[in-house]
Ligand binder design. Sequence first.
Ligand SMILES: Cc1cc2nc3c(=O)[nH]c(=O)nc-3n(C[C@H](O)[C@H](O)[C@H](O)COP(=O)(O)OP(=O)(O)OC[C@H]3O[C@@H](n4cnc5c(N)ncnc54)[C@H](O)[C@@H]3O)c2cc1C
Length: 397
Amino acid sequence: MQKFDVAIVGAGAAGMMCAATAGAQGRSVVLIDHASRLAEKIRISGGGRCNFTNIKVGPENFVSANPHFCRPVLAGYTPQDFIGLVERHGIGWHEKHRGQLFCNESSEQIIAMLKGLCDRAKVQWRAPCVVDKVTRLDKGFDLQTDCGSIRCDSLVVATGGTAVPQVGATDFGLRVARQFGLKVIEPRAALVPLQFDPNIWQPFSHLAGVALEVNITVPQGPPGGFIEDMLFTHRGLSGPAILQISTYWRAGQSLSVNLLPQEPALAQQLIDQKAGTRQQMTTVLAQFWPKRLAQQWLAESGSRQLAQWSDKRIRDLACEIQDWQISPSGTAGLRKAEVMAGGVDTAALEQRSLKVKGTENLYFIGEVVDVTGWLGGYNFQWAWASGVAAGRALAST
Ligand SMILES: Cc1cc2nc3c(=O)[nH]c(=O)nc-3n(C[C@H](O)[C@H](O)[C@H](O)COP(=O)(O)OP(=O)(O)OC[C@H]3O[C@@H](n4cnc5c(N)ncnc54)[C@H](O)[C@@H]3O)c2cc1C
């Protein structure tokens, strides 16, 4: 039987950060993971360059049944703290789109940095190692694993969400939560492509590969929605705009898509352009849009000259383009999702430490908790910050 102050199940982003923090403060820590390759989600993130944080991070960038829950944890460990850590380890980074920070070279550098921090903090590794059973003792926990029985005073569940089971994601954390009587907010795929009924989608399916900037909204989404690129695919829609809105979208709802947000006065502009032009409407729309989209959009109305369109028809067309209402039939599911939304209900957790209320020593951190970030480095920032929050709390127990 092996005995530690702290056992952390899940050696991903949050688990390693927590282990390094608690270990550096003198706690004996064991980090257990069932995967044979360390931190697979960090490795594949950001196209292999890990979008490790965002310059500006606040509760408004997260979705949760309790939208303010994440505030103190995010304030306790900021993007600047993580940037400082990355720089002290000589990892070069650059800003891409909207404050998103990526490694110049490889996400492997982030993994190596976290592994190094854990090793320096004398964290013990058990990987690959499968936890079969968790039992609460009078004091602490007993973990039955395929690498022996492990006893610990405190248990941290950092097994992430259920998205992309192909790289080792499981519902272990949700099962442990239920075992200890905690409420779980129904898990669902988020940051995920949206799909449509094949009959509805048929006219658009051959637009696969066409991308354009849109403004996309759903009723319960953030004010103003998202202005990002959207991509047509064979089965539906993808691209950053769709991934972002997918976290807010609920089955049965329609999306409102402005396919030309850069031209707020589109109708009037077209009406003004009518006199003195012999251009076909497709040519006119192709000034703003990929030509294939302009052709498809006008396929049924016939490609007549702009001058032949009545003002009313132009206004109707502008309305269709700038408030395209379309109802997805579903998402591409957790196999294709970047994250799981939902998870352990934050009402069960202390806001600063992520400790289960009313217990002395059970913690849930990272994506398994019902705090889901936007696309753009927010999910890693939550993982780092929640790992540090629990690690500090463990160090002071
Ligand atoms: C393709 C892809 C790209 C992404 N890109 C980005 C990005 O660029 N920026 C960003 O902010 N977010 C990104 N994310 C999301 C981000 O990876 C996660 O939100 C983050 O890794 C969550 O950290 P975590 O520590 O909670 O879980 P994870 O990092 O998933 O770690 C969980 C660990 O637990 C282990 N585990 C699971 N089940 C068990 C079990 N039963 N027993 C033992 N161990 C177990 C897993 O093997 C894993 O090592 C991406 C996700 C995907 C899928």
